[in-house]
Design a protein around this ligand. Structure first.
Ligand code: GTB
Length: 217
């Protein structure tokens, strides 16, 4: 059964691959699984049909036969559990990989999303300039510790895994923060992820949605 994922019909990131369908596409490409994409508008995301799959009216979702999933951490873990290549065989290494997946979405992503949401929705507000250094400091504290833990390692825990799919895509969202540049090992880590053929295929596919939308006017 070919899985179907959902993605923005018109992503606000204009094809930069920052929306969260990118990590699901990347995971599917890494394991060589075919998939289909159903594009949804912002309006359709809030309608009952989509909310029956995603109670919060968001993308991405993942449908495969009678299984319907939301939450990218759960979707990527499901893909990694069903296919070889994204989770180590050793039980302890597998547990650590899942730990890092949680760290990506639960520890690193929240301050990045808070900063990004403030820029999107509050940058014209009088308090924004005062609040910004605090938001940046919260990101910096997390990515600084991540940088020290990663050190000179290629990936988070041994071989490339689902944890790196999650962490690289989470970090990419901070690319415009001006903070990542302080940590050359994180910049190199992101670049290693982006250089993977599976990443490039996933990126090209999501970019085509934007390009087709532009061509259609
Ligand atoms: N925790 C959920 C998960 O990991 O799956 C979060 C899902 C989520 O936030 N989805 C967003 C969404 O559907 C799209 S990815 N938003 C619409 C809504 O809530 O109504 C977030 C996103 C959006 C835009 C950019 N961008 O333009 O750069 C980047 C990331």
């Amino acid at each position: 059964m070919t899985p179907v994922i959902t993605a923005f019909e018109s992503s606000p990131d204009r094809g930069r691959g920052l929306a969260r369908d990118m990590r699901v596409r990347w995971a599917l490409e890494e394991v060589g699984a075919a998939y289909e994409v159903r594009l949804v508008s912002f309006r359709a995301m809030k309608e009952a049909a989509h909310k029956a799959i995603h109670p919060f009216g968001q993308i991405p979702t993942y449908e495969e036969g009678d299984l319907a999933l939301f939450e990218t951490g759960a979707i990527v873990l499901h893909i990694a559990e069903r296919h070889a290549g994204l989770l180590p065989d050793d039980a302890n290494a597998r547990a650590r990989t899942i730990m890092w997946m949680f760290a990506a979405v639960n520890t690193i992503e929240p301050p990045i999303v808070e900063w990004s949401a403030a820029w999107l929705m509050e940058r014209d507000k009088p308090w924004y300039e005062e609040r910004l250094p605090m938001l940046q400091a919260r990101i910096d504290a997390r990515i600084g510790d991540l940088s020290r833990r990663l050190g000179e390692a290629e990936w988070l825990d041994g071989a490339f895994s689902a944890a790196d799919v999650m962490m690289v895509t989470v970090l990419r969202r901070a690319e415009n923060s001006g903070l990542l540049e302080r940590y050359p090992n994180l910049v190199a880590y992101i670049a290693r992820g982006e250089a993977r053929p599976a990443y490039r295929r996933a990126f090209a596919d999501q970019y085509a949605v934007f390009a087709d939308g532009q061509a259609a006017g």
